[in-house]
Design a protein around this ligand. Structure first.
Ligand code: 5AD
Ligand code: SF4
Length: 440
């Protein structure tokens, strides 16, 4: 039976919401008097906060569990207590206990119970909690204390869209919005704790809604918090992109000119088979409207190649959509069948070699566009929010409004907003030179 742990380490995989959840679990355990360590091999308790979105992500959990135990044995230490949290825990809880004999399994809607589950496991009681009482966890988490200059804040969870390839509606449950006041309170606490930028998170963040008020109303309220310089949000669905939110990109200065708006594929037949409920054309028209409101907006997206039945010609339509949009950055994935999703039962699996080739071609096009976007930024002036020190002496790293990494040399503190001119574009980052304010 594992002893009651004194030290813990949280490792988060997957999306930004998992990063947020991981931070909140760490705060819960710290509130119980446990001590955080960066070194997983030195921790009495390791929380693996897992992602279920693609098969590789799931397999990684099992190999991580094996590695953690092996390292402990190699060091002559007792094996750590292992808690599996996140979406794999939700989807495969019982299976993980059977296959990997972990001590604790806790789903994404139940992690406020983690300290109790850990005590139960230490006392020898099997500890599995994958209940899904929506939102109840938020009321039971400790207050935010210290955060870096950029912070995540979950405002919405779950998904009702049921894209046919996706596990999220099953692991995170139905769409649900946190209350307006709770969000404003948490944002204020984050700013008091050091945040200068807040990224609002949700699987369908732009579906946030309270009595007819939409995400833009929330953004306007957060814009009024003194000390909060930047607001971002992710991930959005094209069908929830309301006019108020588009207008906010024009009217709210602290709302950054960046939009992650996944389209997944460029062919209407594939979009239909994915149950995306938008077309290629409606997506492109939406982007026109958004660009009319905020011409310099940087666009980002997600793509899946090799969805069952995707033909060469249909894949070419994804490439031509990419050409038409000119993304500032994007993520692309090979289709991975997920058990329990409708697409997993479809015929027409695309051969692995074809999938590889499509992914390579798509990524080449996306890299080309990312570099073009970065090159086109050279000569522009903007604020950079300093996030950390660089490797070179005096070097600082931060982000532009368009979410590009920018390095610069100067005497600045983490959290400073520095006015720079962008002077050089590399493949993944830019360099900036501080602009000296002109004396009045
Ligand atoms: N296979 C491949 N990619 C997927 N995504 C979601 N489900 C799958 C799947 N089964 C991708 C989508 C989504 C992103 C978070 O992950 O592009 O937008
Ligand atoms: Fe998954 Fe589609 Fe919902 Fe996004 S919108 S979480 S891809 S089901």
């Amino acid at each position: 039976m594992p002893a009651k742990p004194q030290t813990f380490h949280v490792k988060s995989f997957g999306c930004q919401m998992n990063v947020y959840d991981g931070e909140r679990m760490a705060e819960l355990m710290a509130a119980e008097g446990m001590i955080a360590t960066d070194d997983a091999a030195a921790a009495d308790l390791v929380v693996l906060n897992t992602c279920h979105i693609r098969e590789k992500a799931t397999e990684k959990v099992y190999s991580d569990i094996g590695r953690l135990r092996k390292t402990a044995r190699g060091l002559g230490r007792a094996e750590p207590m292992i808690a599996v949290a996140g979406c794999v825990a939700q989807a495969e809880g019982e299976e993980i206990v059977a296959r990997a004999k972990v001590d604790v399994v806790v789903g994404p809607q139940a992690y406020h119970n983690l300290p109790k589950l850990v005590s139960d496991a230490a006392a020898g009681t099997p500890a599995l909690d994958t209940d899904m009482p929506p939102l109840s966890k938020f009321g039971r988490l400790p207050a935010r204390r210290r955060v870096g200059p950029t912070a995540f804040l979950t405002v919405q969870e779950g998904c009702d869209k049921f894209c046919t390839y996706c596990v999220v509606p099953y692991t995170r449950g139905a769409e649900i919005s946190r209350p307006f006041d709770a969000i404003v309170d948490e944002a204020t606490a984050l700013v008091d704790a050091g945040a200068r930028e807040i990224t609002l998170l949700g699987q369908n963040v732009n579906a946030w809604d309270e009595d007819g008020r939409g995400l833009h109303d929330l953004i306007v309220a957060l814009d009024r918090i003194p000390g909060l310089a930047r607001i971002r949000y992710t991930t959005s669905h094209p069908n929830d992109m309301r006019q108020g939110l588009i207008d906010a990109h024009r009217d709210v200065e602290s709302l950054m000119p960046f939009l992650h708006l996944p389209v997944q594929a460029g062919s209407d037949r594939v979009l239909r088979a994915m149950n995306r409920s938008h077309t290629r054309d409606s997506y492109l028209r939406l982007l026109d409207t958004i660009r009319a409101a905020r011409p310099d907006i940087a666009l980002s997206g997600d793509f899946i190649v090799g969805f069952p039945g995707e033909t060469d010609a249909e894949f070419e339509e994804t490439l031509s959509l990419v050409d038409a949009v000119g993304y500032a950055q994007a993520f692309s994935f090979k289709y991975s069948p997920r058990p329990g999703t409708p697409a997993a039962d479809l015929d027409g699996a695309v051969p692995a070699a074809v999938m590889d080739e499509r992914l390579q071609r798509l990524q080449a096009a996306l890299n080309r566009d990312q570099q073009a976007f970065n090159k086109a930024s050279v000569g522009k002036s903007c604020d950079v929010l300093i996030e950390r020190r660089g490797k070179l002496p005096g070097q600082m790293l931060g982000k532009s409004p368009w979410l590009q990494s920018v390095h610069l040399v100067g005497d600045h503190a983490i959290g400073d907003l520095v006015r720079v001119e962008l002077i050089h574009a590399g493949p993944n980052s830019l360099s900036g030179r501080e602009k000296t304010p002109v004396a009045a």
